[in-house]
Write a protein that binds this ligand. Structure first.
Ligand code: ZN
Length: 460
């Protein structure tokens, strides 16, 4: 270690971590202790006190200036703590090394009082010990043969004390030594016991069981639907949830001011000022019909599963976010029969072979003709009545509205560059949440979004 390290910064000493800092302070302690021991013999106690702690530019202040202040924040706090410990170390030793002969009014009371201060300093140091290593350092600080505080007192107070005070000093010193020994012994025993306990592992204890999650019912229904359509040659495509009005409306034959836009109260995005055009959260998965046909020549057979958004107030059957599977088949020879056959196949696969289907004429802007598909009520078997009277689910009708569909309106082909004279096809849009509610007897759509584990656990 270089001479007068306290005059240099840590970086110029080549120290940049806590281990290096610890070593510097160990060396400083050694230096101070030997200086004090020398000085006490030569009656130069006051010079040591001034040099380290008190006058002019004392070493502890240089340490603060050179070691603490210019040090990067990640190490600074550590250096500061070490310096605080060092100050206490120096303070206690200066007190213990104070020559008795200089003490004004030194008498038995003064001596008792000084020993009480030392005991308090020891108790504080012991309370700051965090582990066995700290306790070891404290033990050497106080009981070490060469530099311990107790040894220092023996040299500076006990040996030179006049005969009238010697018994008092001896008695107090013994009291302090017993206190230091017994307290250290207690703490060290406790630390060892604690370490032993930490090492002990009880292998007979049961392990920590982590609950495994499962797929959400909506995800499971998506999978069921995808599997059914896979089996008859459809493939799956996915698309963006943020769309342009062109794909969400215009290209689907829903021009601006078309009344159907009123049914789809839409979330428009707030865009930075000056951005041309508009963006919105898609109100159906139908935009992917257009995007798919733009990219792909017929034949097209796709389903589009995904989340869609409408400004609906949440209640038992409405939510501002819900799920759809859009289907599209376009080829040169697709007929209305292919269409109804496909839908019937799907419904029977999904609900079971005993359900009946029917369709009623309806209207959608992008299909012509359009139909509304109904399925015989899965709760009353289509009879409209249950044991307790009229079926509440179908309100006695025996049928439940399932989804809308139809043959693709030839006008739509114009948007994607298909020749409406050569191709034909059908499209359908299935509400997944509604389908899941019907199949699994769930009466509140909100249950899908609340993520209550008691609900989710019923569909492992
Ligand atoms: Zn019914």
């Amino acid at each position: 270690m270089p001479e007068n390290s306290y005059e240099k910064t840590l970086s110029s000493l080549g120290v940049n971590d806590s281990i290096g800092v610890s070593w510097l302070f160990v060396e400083l302690r050694r230096q101070f202790t030997s200086e004090l021991a020398d000085a006490v013999k030569k009656n130069e106690w006051a010079r040591v006190r001034d040099r380290w702690m008190r006058s002019g530019n004392p070493i502890v202040e240089q340490l603060e200036k050179n070691w603490v202040k210019p040090t990067p924040p990640e190490l600074q706090e550590y250096v500061l703590r070490q310096l605080q410990g060092f100050r206490a170390f120096v303070g206690i030793r200066l007190q213990a090394g104070y020559p008795l002969e200089h003490a004004e009014g030194r008498g038995p009371n003064w001596i008792e009082n000084e020993f009480l201060k030392l005991q308090t300093a020891f108790d504080n140091e012991l309370a700051g010990c965090l582990n066995e290593q700290d306790l070891g350092v404290t033990k050497i600080d106080w009981m070490g043969r060469k530099s311990g505080v107790l040894g220092l007192i023996t040299e500076t107070w006990l040996k030179p004390s006049p005969s009238d005070l010697k018994p008092v000093v001896g008695q107090e010193l013994n009291k302090l030594r017993k206190h230091v020994e017994s307290q250290l012994e207690l703490r060290i025993a406790a630390a060892e016991a604690g370490a032993e306990e930490e090492d002990h592992v009880d292998l007979s204890l049961p392990g920590v069981v982590r609950a495994l999650g499962s797929r959400h019912l909506i995800r499971q229904v998506f999978q069921e639907i995808e599997d059914i359509f896979f089996s008859i040659g459809f493939s799956v495509v996915e698309g963006p949830e943020i769309e342009t009005p062109y794909y969400n409306f215009e290209a689907l034959n829903i021009p601006e001011f078309h009344p159907v836009r009123d049914d789809m109260d839409t979330f428009y995005m707030e865009l930075p000022k000056g951005t041309p055009g508009q963006l919105l959260l898609r109100t159906h998965t139908s935009p992917m019909q257009i995007r798919t046909m733009e990219k792909q020549k017929p034949p097209v057979r796709v389903i589009v599963p995904g989340r869609v958004y409408r400004r609906d107030n949440p209640d038992a059957t409405h939510s501002f976010a819900f799920h759809q599977v859009e289907g599209l088949a376009v080829d040169s020879d697709i007929t209305f029969c292919d269409f109804t056959g496909t839908i019937e196949y799907f419904v029977k696969q999904f609900f079971g072979p005993s359900v009946k289907t029917r369709f009623r004429p309806s209207y959608f802007p992008f299909t012509e003709p359009s139909v509304e598909f109904d399925v015989s009520c899965v709760f009353c078997g289509g009879s409209g009545t249950t044991a307790s009277g009229t079926c509440g689910k179908c309100k006695g009708a025996g049928w439940i509205e399932l989804f809308g569909a139809g043959m693709v309106d030839p006008a739509v082909y114009g948007f994607v560059g298909y020749d409406p004279k050569k191709v034909s096809g059908f499209a359908f849009g299935i509400g997944i949440d509604r389908l899941a509610m019907l199949k699994y007897g769930i009466d509140d759509i909100q249950a899908f979004f609340q993520n209550d584990v008691r609900f989710l656990k019923q569909f492992p």
